[in-house]
Design a protein around this ligand. Structure first.
Ligand code: BGC
Length: 767
């Protein structure tokens, strides 16, 4: 166990519902395919709450979505990521006593996440009520090398006795999803989605195959227990729960070691998932656990080498940053059947749906560190393009595609359309992310094969949603990112991203015009040159609201006419407002859940003056609750851009530890992946002033006064650049690849090997 910033260690706190649930999330294991919450192997006594979950990314069932008034086109059915067979349970008997953290005496208890090794650990020293003392060391891993595999190594060391030990390891097919009827961010239906259809023992392993009720998906899980000492073994199957009981003699000073292999295969990825589970188990057993650990570490060493951010001068923040980036690689889907959910694979908040969080908060990290992961996320969007077209038809559009606001398999899942389906900006967000991928990599192949088609089909939708009126292009009756203001006209964020999107649709058309796929593509989607001309004209004529009195961009046409909500007068326990105020009350006030215009100023900065951005910042900050975890990081980034370094740092300190300190009081439902991507952006785009544009890459580093230095890396085209920011200099080093032109503090430099540039001082350092 290491005690540096790559390991997050926790001395066990009070064993109450709050800590147990929180730590189930914080210490979960995931690899982008499987996610396992960190429930104690031996479970909790009755009366304690647990969200005992194991999930597969993108594995779902449908359930009915009741609409009180069945208006045309409202979502009737949603998807839910399912809790799958439980393979966590290991119960330890020391003769007639059962190990439990809630009985006897816990002499020592530590949990940790080792982010270099890619494992979680649990160490317990325990004295039983009758005085037997043991040491338990449990290591869990969801393998990056073999995505279907979850391993638990369970070691028992008797400290003051020799005697019989019995271990009961179970594999239980009876599972339900978690529900909470008081929180709209969690499901409330309590449906049994997954039914076991077989539970059997084959070659010493248990196999449970279960089927979903509606989506016609199947999953097989397979468990094999290997106890390294001589032992007696007995299998029982009780109501689709396969229990393997192993009894052995423990000797004082010796160690009993069990390795529990669990593999999962689902019918979305595998034709015959039962057979494949057998193949995957054999594959796992054919290598030693040590070599699986080594492969895990190797995988992560490449990952960290691509993306690590180092902060000198604050180990706690450094560790928090590391934790955030670790959770992103744990959470992100590694194939085109999956994406990254707001809670990753750590819990059931938002039911495992995918949102715009992917494109605007998480891809900006992967695109400049591990672009192949972004490519994969774009492939997923392409795989649901046909459903996005169907979605557009449901909403009355005769042409083009509208991506669902939240989904797993491609169909819209948002039940409340004003704050859901109406967020048409998701089309612009997806296009924006494809363009960013292209700008960072100059990889035309993605545009040719998939990206171009997505950009054109989604651009078409703006033409049908908006319209020219007196030569100006308006977009009415949509919702912007701020979910406390719904169904508005000319939301600034939406209009500006639509303009960017339409302009780029024209550029992509030109980029692809002379390539071999052009004719086939335009024929496939029946794209006419006149449409491209219309895109151009609409972008040119796009209405971007500006208030000349306040010198700000109004969030939308009616926003400034509304009464301001005085946030200071609202009691602290009435936040987040969405849990305590009727939506209409919020919509009729100037109050924001999250950045909207400020987000637009961050992502598309060149269409407004600094003065407008500064005034807008001051204006919106006063009325923003930050009830969404997507908020702080963007306010922090823009504070850095606008010269408010201290404020920027405060926002960062808050958001960097949002989950580790449970600042939103809902980490028990899962981590906040968008915020985690946002924290990367806070350092790189905020303090580092990094921007990725058509004209190249830009930096304007500042140094938080409490730090000695920080560094990060950017992959750009064929090169990787290391950026180190210190007190009086910033250093740009080409780690590999060809020389690059870079922009630093508005000047252009040629980076061949290394560049050292005097740092522009922060405002408070100067004063
Ligand atoms: C935010 C959305 C976000 C969703 C999932 C909501 O609270 O308002 O912007 O996409 O959470 O993270």
């Amino acid at each position: 166990m290491q005690n540096k910033y790559t390991t997050y260690i926790l001395n066990e706190q009070k064993l109450d519902n709050y800590n147990l649930l929180l730590n189930e999330t914080l210490f979960h294991n995931a690899n982008g395919y499987i996610g396992v919450r960190s429930v104690f192997e031996e479970g909790y006594p009755d009366g304690f709450e647990s969200i005992r979950g194991q999930y597969i990314n993108g594995f779902y069932d449908f359930s009915q979505m009741k609409q009180a008034e069945n208006l045309y086109g409202l979502t009737q059915e949603k998807q839910t990521m399912l809790n799958i067979a439980d393979t966590q349970s290991i119960i330890l008997h020391l003769e007639d006593e059962k190990f439990s953290m809630f009985e006897g005496k816990v002499l020592d208890s530590i949990r940790w996440v080792d982010m270099e090794k890619g494992v979680t650990g649990r160490y317990v020293q325990w004295r039983s009520p009758k005085g037997k003392e043991i040491e338990l060391t449990i290591i869990r891993m969801t393998s990056f090398h073999q995505l279907t595999l979850f391993t638990t190594s369970y070691e028992v060391k008797p400290l003051n006795f020799s005697g019989e030990i019995t271990i009961e390891s179970s594999h239980d097919g009876n599972v339900l999803n978690y529900t909470d009827c008081n929180d709209p961010r969690v499901a409330d239906d309590g449906i049994r989605y997954l039914t076991p259809i077989s539970c059997e023992i084959k070659k010493g392993a248990s196999y449970i195959t279960s089927k979903t009720t509606k989506s016609n998906c199947t999953i097989t899980s397979c468990v094999k227990n290997i106890l390294l000492q001589d032992h007696e073994r007995q299998f029982t199957i009780d109501n689709n729960n396969a229990i393997c009981q192993m009894t052995t003699e423990a000797n004082l000073g010796g160690t009993i070691k069990l390795i529990k292999y669990a593999v999962f295969c689902d019918s979305i990825r595998y034709e015959d998932c039962r057979e494949q589970a057998g193949v995957e188990l054999e594959k796992a057993l054919s290598t030693s656990l040590e070599s699986l650990y080594k492969k895990q570490e190797d995988y992560l060493s490449v990952y960290w080498n691509n993306c690590d951010v180092k902060i000198e001068g604050d180990d706690e923040l450094s560790r928090a940053m590391h934790y955030n980036l670790y959770q992103l690689i744990q959470s992100v889907g590694k194939d085109e059947h999956s994406n990254i959910a707001p809670k990753g694979l750590s819990g059931e908040g938002y039911e495992g749906h995918y949102f715009w969080d992917t494109e605007m908060y998480i891809e900006p990290f992967f695109t400049v560190t591990n672009p192949s992961i972004t490519k994969n996320l774009i492939n997923y969007r392409f795989s649901i393009l046909e459903m996005a077209k169907e979605n557009a038809r449901i909403l009355g559009h005769s042409k083009g595609a509208l991506y669902p606001w939240r989904t797993i398999m491609g169909k819209e899942c948002s039940g409340y359309f004003p704050a859901g389906s109406a967020q048409y900006h998701i089309n612009g967000d997806i296009a924006y992310s494809i363009i960013a991928y292209y700008l960072a990599t100059k990889d035309l192949s993605l545009l040719k094969e998939k990206g171009g088609e997505i950009i054109f089909e989604t651009a078409r939708l703006w033409m049908d949603t908006g319209n020219f009126h007196n030569d100006i292009f308006y977009i009415n009756d949509i919702t912007g990112p701020d979910e406390y203001t719904c169904i508005v006209n000319n939301n600034y964020y939406t209009n500006v991203i639509a303009q960017y999107h339409l302009n780029w649709a024209v550029k992509v058309y030109d980029l692809l015009k002379n390539t071999e796929i052009f004719d086939e593509l335009v024929n496939k989607i029946d794209l006419k040159f006149e449409e491209i001309e219309d895109f151009h004209a609409a972008a040119d004529a796009m209405y971007l609201a500006y208030d000349s009195k306040l010198k700000i961009n109004p969030q939308d046409d009616s926003f400034l006419q509304k009464r301001r909500l005085d946030l200071q007068k609202i009691p602290k326990d009435k936040f987040p407002l969405l849990l305590y105020y009727h939506p209409l009350h919020l919509y009729r006030h100037q109050v924001c859940k999250q950045p909207d215009t400020i987000m637009a100023h961050f992502i598309i900065e060149d269409v407004q003056s600094l003065e407008t951005m500064r005034n807008s910042y001051d204006y919106y900050e006063e009325i923003t609750t930050h009830d969404s975890s997507l908020s702080d990081c963007i306010f922090g980034i823009m504070a850095a851009k606008l010269g408010m370094e201290e404020k920027s740092f405060d926002y960062f300190c808050h958001s960097a530890k949002l989950d580790l300190k449970d600042k939103h009081k809902n980490t028990k439902h899962g981590i906040h992946t968008a915020n985690m991507g946002g924290n990367y952006m806070a350092i790189v785009y905020g303090f580092g002033g990094f921007r990725l544009k058509e004209e190249g890459i830009f930096f304007a580093p500042i140094l938080p006064v409490k730090w000695v230095s920080y560094q990060f890396k950017i992959s750009y085209e064929d090169s990787r650049i290391i950026i180190i920011v210190k007190e009086d200099i910033c250093c740009f080093r080409l780690e590999h690849g060809s020389a690059k032109t870079i922009h630093v503090y508005d000047k252009i430099y040629h980076l061949k090997d290394m560049l050292i540039i005097n740092r522009r001082y922060n405002k408070e350092e100067r004063s």
